[in-house]
Design a protein around this ligand. Structure first.
Ligand code: SF4
Length: 365
């Protein structure tokens, strides 16, 4: 039985993780550019799902679809795919492949079809699975998030309980890279419950890693209230990055409350000042067109962005209602001309990146 992985750039880290997990169980995921026999696996987000739907529906092979969109919209995806993996795939996918190869076996929990679905009973232990093997990917150091940002799918897929890969495993896999970069919902929350920092554990990790580490920056970010003298001293002492990437999302406390961000504008200002005081460049995320924002809310965002770009840069992207989130079904709100003009002019000056008119770009980079 040949098993294929439909290569999609946006899901390359999922490929690395699942390649390693399936390899351990004797299944090799062959890289393909179109569906092929016997089985083709996909990982889709809510942006690229529409691009692959027809391909999956008309595929002449067994199709398995996972990823954020499949987890959030399992019934919809089960309408055109044979099997849908809901949530984490490391445990479920190899067992589903074994089940397909031996119909006497029992379909594992965490898989949905048109006719049945049993939820997975537990979350994956990160240390039990390698972050990658032959197909390289970034090392995922933590998973799960205790926050409930109204636009975000992460806690719906990985749960609200933050858990971590052990230091020894992270060190072992990082040594295979010239530059060490990590996947995590919040790098400064390593070792903690995601709410109360454990900088002793972050230090213990960084002390053991080789001197080639980028922490609190691409491909992950941190939360503003975790930015402080202690965390930034750790970056300056042990890491190579000169930038710290974090989310502000709005310059209005009313909007931050509405989207359950769990921090304030004042936290963002303090975080930017702290970066400045530690000679680190803040790179700050904003969401444009959140539902129910008023003109005053967007003017407050303009003021905050203008202030931030004195010390760093901004990354803006357009709000998109994602299935499975609190804001699913909401419409992208209008953006006032002042904010559009500001984003455009900062982009021309090299002070701003992102896409505030086309959410596709955010996901396809
Ligand atoms: S946006 Fe970040 S902090 Fe908020 S729920 Fe998602 S992962 Fe957690």
């Amino acid at each position: 039985m040949r098993v294929n992985w439909r290569y999609i750039n946006a899901s390359r880290n999922s490929y690395a993780i699942l390649y390693a997990a399936c390899e351990r169980e004797g299944h090799i995921l062959h890289h393909v550019k179109s569906p092929d026999s016997d089985i083709t696996c996909y990982s889709l987000n809510s942006i690229n799902e529409s691009k692959y739907r027809d391909e999956i529906e008309s595929a002449q092979c067994i199709t398995i679809v996972g990823g954020p969109h499949a987890s959030a919209s399992r019934e919809e995806v089960a309408g055109y795919a044979d099997y849908v993996i809901v949530g984490e795939g490391e445990y479920t996918l190899p067992r589903l492949l074994s089940y397909i190869g031996d119909k006497n076996a029992v379909m594992p929990p965490g898989v949905a079809t048109k006719n049945e679905y049993t939820p997975a009973g537990q979350c994956v232990l990160l240390d039990y699975y390698p972050p990658f093997s032959k197909m390289k990917g970034y090392v995922e150091i933590s998973r799960g998030c205790p926050f409930r940002c109204a636009y975000c799918q992460t806690p719906q897929i990985f749960g609200h309980c933050m858990h971590h890969r052990s230091i020894d495993t992270i060190v072992s896999y990082s040594s295979r890279y010239r530059d060490g970069r990590f996947v995590t919902p919040n790098a400064f929350a390593y070792g903690s419950d995601g709410i109360r920092p454990r900088f002793d554990k972050v230090r213990a990790l960084l002390e053991k890693l080789p001197n080639n580490i980028y922490f609190g920056t691409f491909p992950s970010e941190v939360r503003p209230e975790f930015i402080c003298d202690t965390s930034l001293d750790l970056v300056n002492d042990y890491c190579r990055n000169t930038r710290i990437h974090f989310g502000a999302q709005s310059g209005s406390n009313t909007v931050l409350k509405m989207i359950n961000r769990g921090h304030t504008v004042e936290d963002v200002i303090r975080a930017v000042e702290c970066c400045r005081d530690h000679d680190l460049i803040p790179v700050v995320d904003f969401i444009v067109g959140l539902p129910n924002e008023t003109e005053e809310d967007q003017k407050a965002t303009c003021r905050l962005i203008r202030w931030i770009v004195r010390f760093g840069t901004v990354h803006a992207h357009q709000f998109m209602p994602l299935p499975g989130t609190e804001l699913a079904g909401c419409k992208t709100g209008p953006v006032i001309p002042d904010l559009l003009h500001l984003l455009g002019s900062l982009s021309l000056k090299g002070k701003l990146t992102g896409s505030w008119g086309d959410p596709q770009i955010r996901f396809s980079r």
